[in-house]
Structure formats: C-alpha cells, structure tokens
Design a protein around this ligand. Sequence first.
Ligand SMILES: *Cc1c(COP(=O)(O)O)cnc(C)c1O
Length: 428
Amino acid sequence: MIYKRSSALFAQAEKVIPGGVNSPVRAFKGVGGTPIFVKEAKGAYLYDEDGNRLIDYINSWGPMILGHAYKPVVNAVIEKAKKGTSFGMPTEIETEIAELAVSMVPNIDKIRFVNSGTEACMSAIRLARGFSGKDKIIKFAGCYHGHSDSFLIEAGSGASTFGTPNSPGVTKGTAKDTLLARYNDIENVTQVIEANKNEIACIIIEPVAGNMGCIPPKKGFLQALRALCDANQILLVFDEVMTGFRLAKGACQELFGVHADIVCFGKVIGGGLPVGAFAARSEIMNYLAPQGPVYQAGTLSGNPLAMAAGLAMLTALDNDADVFKRLEDKTAYLHKGMAKALNENNIEHTINRIGSMISVHFSKDEVVDFETAAKGNNEIFKKFFHGMLKAGVYIAPSAFETWFLTDALSYQDLDFTIAAIADVAKTL
Ligand SMILES: *Cc1c(COP(=O)(O)O)cnc(C)c1O
C-alpha cells in the first residue's frame, strides 16, 4: 500500500501542530513510520487519503462499537445541528440520555456530562475528595485515567512511597497525593492502605484494564478491593471510559457483580462525539455544584449534538438484546484464529480477551499487570503492526493498546484478518 499523500499531509501538519497530531498515540512513535490520514470511514472500514481500504480494529479507540458512520447516530446529529449547536442553557435531551444511562447501569442515581474521559476522571476524584474530606488517591501502575495532573504519576521507588511525576509540568505537590499500587495484587493494595491510614479518599481503577493491552481482573480481585474500601471508608471509583457500554449494558459492575461508588464514562457514551460522564448514587452526586460544594462546570457540557449522538448510540445498544453476545462471539472467533496462526508459526505470545476487547503480547508469560505487559517483544510487535497494515488491517500503533471490535465486522472480515495474521506470522 502506498502512503504518499498521508506522508505529505503529515509533513504539512508537523509545521503547525506539535508532532503533527492532536493526541500523541496517533503519531506512530511506538512502531515507526508516519501516521495514516483518514479521509472517511464506513462500517468496519477506514478509507485513507491514498485510497487504501483498511479493516479497523481501533474504532476511534472504542466509541464506534456499531461501526463508522452508523446511520441512527449520523441522522440524530444532522437533525439536531439544524436547530442550533449550543445554547449554554438546559435542554430536554440531556435528561433523556441521563435517564437512559441511569436505567442501564446498576447502582447509579445521577450522572453529570462532561466533554472527555479525562474530564470525567478528573472530576470524579475531586468529588471523591470533597465527599470524603481526604486528599490521597490510589491508582494502579499501567492504568490510564486521562491526562490530568493527578494521574500522570509513576511508581518511584516503591508502591507505598510518594509517586514522582512522569511528565514535566506536574508538580511534586500534586504527585505526593497519588499513591501507586500493582494491578491484580490485593496484598500490595492492602500495604499501600496500611501505610496511609485514614488519608485515602478513593481508589480509581480500570475494572478491566485496557491501556496496557487488555488485562481482565483476576477472579475475586475487584470483590477484594470493594471489601478493602468498605473496611477503610475509601470510595471505589471505576473508570469505565473504555469498558462502559462496551462489555455489557451495565458494564463491569454488572459483569463482575461489584458495586462502585463513582463510575466514569467516555468513548461509547458519546457515539463518536466528545463526551464523558461520571455518575454515582444521589448521596455522592448531590455534593456537586450547584447542589453541593464541589465545583465542576463546562460551557459545552451536555452539548446538544454530543447528547444526540450519545442518546442514539445508547438507545441502539439498549434495544439490541444480542449485541454484546454477537461482539463477544466475533472476538472469540478472532482469538481462536489468531492463536492458531501464531502457534503454527511458533511465535511466543499471550492473548488476553474479554467481551469485544482483545490484545496480543509477544511474550510467553501470563500478562496480569504493567510489569508483565512490558515484557512483550516490541520489535516483533512493530513488524506485526506494519505487516498487518500492508495487508489492509489497522490495529493500534502501540503494543500497549487493546483492539476494539465493532459489530460492523463480518465473519469474512474476520477470516481476512486471520489469514493476514497467518501470513504476517511467517515473517516474524
Ligand atoms: C480513553 C480513556 C480515558 C481518557 O478519555 P479521553 O476522552 O481521551 O480524555 C480515561 N480512562 C480510560 C480508561 C480511557 O481508556
């Protein structure tokens, strides 16, 4: 495939946009080469500026769960746009989508809409701090909660010591309130809590991790976290920006039967427009301004176009009793085909999958946390990525990303993908 026009567009972009992109992971730094510029997309396919067709396994990093240019979403946005695009005043559709979200997700009474997953997580921990009157938070190494200061923290010398910022611009003062723990390691979380008794406002976690590849929680891990939180008056925050409305209607709370105190959403909830949200029971949500003292606001929050897209998306998912099963079946089919192709070519690998999230790590060891995820062979991944791209299959340009399947994928698309994996595997 030829990428002449994409390369030229990237060179032009680099002159006026830092690194040529508006979000770093798009820049192909992890795999080399220059990013592909998209012209349009429909269903399971991307069409790039050089006229190539690619089967898409990123799907805007999750939102396009029913495929690109999904008719009901597109139509809802067009109809709304004709009536004005923003008012800064309440609109009925905000209540409609709030009612639907609250009806689909267990254990939440109220929801506040924002413009991104970053905003949702940032606001959720402010609310947790305001509600609990405590300052510290625990996050897990390898979990991503957006780019706000409190979350850009790495482990330092030990999980119970203060974190150090991993981006210039994050102050030591902010970093000292973020404690790190190891994913899937309840002993470690217990130690961090013990070392910081009565100081921890919340634990924030991706209940299925998706930002170090796909890492499901070990059996009982989330239940144990819930128990630890209850015993220590700590709020449990599920960051379901990735998993929300993807793994089940009620997402991980439903899937694992574990209640969270605050839940964050993004990606699917906006149907491809910039939307995030956070939700909780009334007692907690009533702490938010204007009802309560914790301030949070947004000029474009609850924007009518974004709400129309989100409402059309959630309505489609709510009305389709089989959608999550269909997605899971397609992903299981891909899993089986990929494992066979890699095994036949003696490529050491580990595939993790849950529902429509799947990832492959080129390492023979079990992948359960950031440390084990980082053991994957990145040179093999790079070759794999570029081989798949050449074959017309677009996977995320980083070994630490999950693949997100869309219901628009046909079994022919999956067979094509598996055949491409088999071909590429011969070259690894
Ligand atoms: C994508 C993501 C975010 C950040 O959402 P943005 O809309 O990119 O700001 C937060 N948490 C998780 C789990 C994510 O996957």
